[in-house]
Every structure is written in structure tokens, then in C-alpha cells.
Design a protein around this ligand. Structure first.
Ligand code: FAD
Length: 419
């Protein structure tokens, strides 16, 4: 095939593909970013109603790439996290776990926050604007990869538009439903949680004061994430309300007042009057963890490699760490005049990321199994566990530093440096 030549072809311009394209493009790698959807559709209000909890270290990568300046004013700092167990009636148990951002940093400069809540549409918008200004990145959308051929020295992509690309390396950032992984013969551990996450914005009378709350209800976790006040001055929180799939479907069909009544039963009255008028989104939850992250001239990043339960708000943060490691490995290879798509270059990436991803996939899966039920002995054990961690500052700091992404061999971008 005689096609247009790139160093890196990225399939998927979601949150992971876009950051990878920007990070790679900023180092001068000629990068193609392909998505089947028009990129402008991704910032429309109805496209993605979620917010993302950007961890302390993911924020440092955004800062290093010049993206943070565009979203800082739209991001709400997370100052406290409160975790509690709750029964069917929504009443929280007296045992809880509390994290305060001031506890986290032994050694580093004090953290301004544990993380930030940002609306996905703002994140996507900022990334797309930065990409448009990056001369090394060509955005190819809407278009779709029809066929990929990977040979020992290159990858060739045939697109629906008729364009043909030749790249040293293809990155699948196609998300959980991606097909390149299977086409490359890479298996995965995958199962459905039989849960659906209902996502909405709640407006409330009293300010949240930067506190993120997670209540473990029998149907699944109910997260209340602090958002920036609206332009009209309304206090707002982003809700990720996980329920068993059959119940979630019925809840989503309820009219406004009945939905509101079910919501308030779980949310409580700690923020005064609450209003749930507005759009509701829903996301079926499943786990997908690829057995390998690399194959000949192919690398998996983000949800294409590991899609996990949102119980800990860490899925995207793992993807950001993948990207930081991958770009560092590619840049090191390029500086030494080596082939960026060679097997040993890719293996370095795979080894760097495996343990961190595996730990988080296993931990989130276990947490969901342990808490999403109403089995009395389990309830007692987990309540005592929460209370024990809460009373043990070194344990609290251990979990907090993991959630902030401060643990392990951190790639340069995650330390806020350019690779
Ligand atoms: C309810 C919920 C809440 C969450 N909250 C958090 C949180 O607070 N913090 C956190 O860290 N994570 C969170 N996550 C996880 C996070 O949203 C995901 O990890 C992230 O959005 C995945 O992005 P991605 O780019 O890998 O995949 P996707 O968003 O799935 O993007 C894939 C892109 O690839 C394109 N594509 C696919 N195949 C092709 C093809 N063959 N050709 C062309 N284009 C293709 C698609 O059109 C799409 O645009 C949450 C997830 C859920 C469900």
C-alpha cells in the first residue's frame, strides 16, 4: 500500500485518544487521530453528561500539556471524600471513612486538592481546541478504519473515506467496544456487572463545600460529586447512581416527581432542597481487561485496554497514566534513533502499565462485589473495615495516595514534566 505516512495512527478520539494525540504530537511525532464521529458532536451538551474526577497527578499532565489553563476555571476541587455504607432506605450507617486532602502529601508540596471534578464536555472541548493548534496532529473524522494490516515493519490502515495511512504504530483508543483488540487475537477478562449507572446533575439549596460523597447502597454505589456552581449561581453536584440493571431501567422511565422522590430517598436532605429536573444519562457497566496491551505494531490504551467499574472514579486516570508511559517510551526510542513500533519498545510500555492497571481493576471489582449487596455478615465486616481504616492514619494515607495517583514509578508527564 502506498499511503500517507505517520509515526502514530490513533483510532478513537475519546478522552484517551485525544490526550494521546496531543501528548505525542507535542513531541513532534506525526500523528493521525481517527474517529467515526464528527469531533464537534463530542462537545454538544447531550453527548456525554458525565463529569470526570481528574486525580491530582492527571491534572499535572494536563498542566504540562497546556490544557489545564483552559479548564481550571471550570473545575471544582475535591477537598474531602466521605464514604459510607447505606441500607435500602438510603440511611447511612454510623461507620464511615473520611479523607482530607491535607493528609495526602508527605514530602511533595501540599496538594491544593485531591482531584478536580470537570464536566466531560469541557474536557473534550479543551482537548479538541489544543489539538487543532498542534501542527503534528491530523484529525481525521468522521471516518472509520475498515481494515488494518500489520507487518513486521509497518501498519497500514484503509479508511472508509478511501484514504490509506501507513504508520509505524497503531494505537487502539477505541474504548471498551473496540474491535482491534479481538482482530489482533488479544483475549480479555470481560463480564457485565448487570448494573447501570444513571448520571444526572442535581441542584441543591446548600453549597457542597468541595466534599465528594459515596454511599454504598445495596444496588450499587451512589456518588455525589461536587461541581462548579452554575452561571446562575445554583449549587450543583454530579450524580453517578448505580443500580441493578432491571431497577435502573424502571427508574429511568419514571416521570419527574416520581424520579425525584426515589432520588431524594437515597440522596437525603443534608444539602437542603434538591432538584433533579434535567436530562438523565445511562451507562451499562462492564469490566474488560485485555490479556496483553501490545501486539505487532499495535498498542492498546485507555478503556480499550481496561474498562473498569466507576466505583472509584479511576478509569480515565489509569488511561492518562497509560498515555504518559507510552509517550515517554516512544520519545526515548525516537531520541535513540530506534523504531517506535518495535516489539521491545512496546514491551517496555506493557510492563510499565500492567501492575498499576491490574491492581485498580481488581480493587474496583472487589469493592463492587463487597459493597453492592445487603448480606448482613458482609455488611458488618465492611462497616468495621471502613471504621478501622478511618481510625488508622497510615492506612488512610495509603489509600489516598493511590487515589491521587502518587504511587509507583511515575512517568514524566505525570510528574508534570515534558518527556
Ligand atoms: C458513569 C461513569 C463515570 C465515570 N467517572 C469517571 C471518573 O470520575 N474518573 C475517571 O477517571 N474515570 C471515570 N469513568 C471512566 C471514563 O469515563 C472512561 O475511562 C473514559 O471515558 C474512556 O475513554 P476512551 O477514550 O478510552 O474510550 P471512549 O470514550 O469509549 O472513546 C472511544 C472513541 O473511539 C471511537 N471509535 C471506536 N472504534 C472506532 C473505529 N473502529 N474507528 C473509528 N473510531 C472508533 C468512538 O467513536 C469513540 O469516540 C467513568 C465511566 C462511567 C461509565
Amino acid at each position: 500500500m502506498d499511503g500517507e505516512r505517520f509515526d502514530l495512527a490513533i483510532v478513537g478520539a475519546g478522552l484517551n485518544g485525544s490526550v494521546l494525540a496531543l501528548a505525542a504530537g507535542e513531541t513532534g511525532l506525526r500523528t493521525a487521530l481517527i474517529d467515526r464521529l464528527p469531533l464537534t458532536s463530542m462537545t454538544e451538551a447531550g453527548f456525554d453528561g458525565r463529569t470526570t474526577a481528574i486525580s491530582y497527578t492527571s491534572q499535572r499532565l494536563f498542566e504540562a500539556l497546556g490544557v489545564w489553563a483552559e479548564i481550571a476555571d471550570l473545575a471544582e476541587p475535591i477537598l474531602d471524600i466521605r464514604i459510607s455504607d447505606a441500607a435500602h432506605d438510603g440511611r447511612a450507617s454510623p461507620f464511615f471513612l473520611h479523607f482530607d486532602h491535607r493528609e495526602a502529601n508527605a514530602g511533595d508540596p501540599p496538594a491544593a486538592a485531591m482531584g478536580w471534578i470537570v464536566e466531560n464536555r469541557f474536557l473534550r472541548g479543551a482537548l479538541l481546541r489544543r489539538l487543532a493548534a498542534c501542527p503534528s496532529v491530523e484529525r481525521i473524522a468522521p471516518d472509520e478504519v475498515l481494515e488494518t494490516t500489520r507487518t513486521p515493519d509497518k501498519a497500514e490502515l484503509r479508511l472508509q473515506s478511501g484514504r490509506q495511512l501507513v504508520a509505524r504504530l497503531v494505537a487502539s483508543a477505541e474504548g471498551r467496544q473496540g474491535t482491534m483488540r479481538q482482530e489482533a487475537g488479544i483475549g480479555a477478562r470481560a463480564w457485565s456487572y448487570n448494573q447501570i449507572a444513571i448520571v444526572l446533575v442535581a441542584r441543591h439549596e446548600r453549597p457542597h463545600r468541595g466534599v465528594a460523597q459515596e454511599k454504598f447502597l445495596p444496588g450499587g454505589p451512589f456518588a455525589i460529586l461536587p461541581m462548579r456552581d452554575s452561571e446562575a449561581g445554583e449549587h450543583r453536584s454530579s450524580i453517578v447512581w448505580t443500580e441493578r440493571a432491571s431497577i435502573a431501567k424502571r427508574l429511568l422511565e419514571l416521570d419527574g416527581p416520581r424520579f425525584q422522590a426515589e432520588f431524594v430517598r437515597r440522596f437525603g436532605d443534608f444539602l437542603g432542597e434538591v432538584d433533579t429536573t434535567g436530562p438523565r444519562w445511562s451507562y451499562p457497566l462492564q469490566l474488560v481487561h485485555a490479556e496483553r496491551y501490545v501486539e505487532k505494531r499495535l498498542v492498546l490504551v485507555g478503556d480499550a485496554a481496561h474498562g473498569l467499574h466507576p466505583i472509584a472514579g479511576q478509569g480515565y486516570n489509569l488511561g492518562v497514566r497509560d498515555i504518559a508511559a507510552l509517550v515517554e517510551v516512544l520519545v526515548d526510542a525516537k531520541r535513540l534513533g530506534l523504531d517506535i513500533g518495535a516489539a521491545d519498545t512496546l514491551e517496555r510500555y506493557a510492563q510499565w502499565r500492567r501492575a498499576d492497571n491490574f491492581t485498580m481493576v481488581a480493587a474496583t471489582d472487589l469493592l463492587n462485589r463487597l459493597f453492592s449487596n445487603d448480606i448482613k455478615p458482609l455488611r458488618l465486616a465492611r462497616d468495621l473495615g471502613l471504621a478501622a481504616v478511618n481510625r488508622t492514619p497510615p492506612l488512610r494515607r495509603f489509600f489516598l495516595r493511590h487515589a491521587m495517583g502518587l504511587v509507583g514509578d511515575l512517568p514524566k508527564l505525570i510528574r508534570g514534566e515534558r518527556p
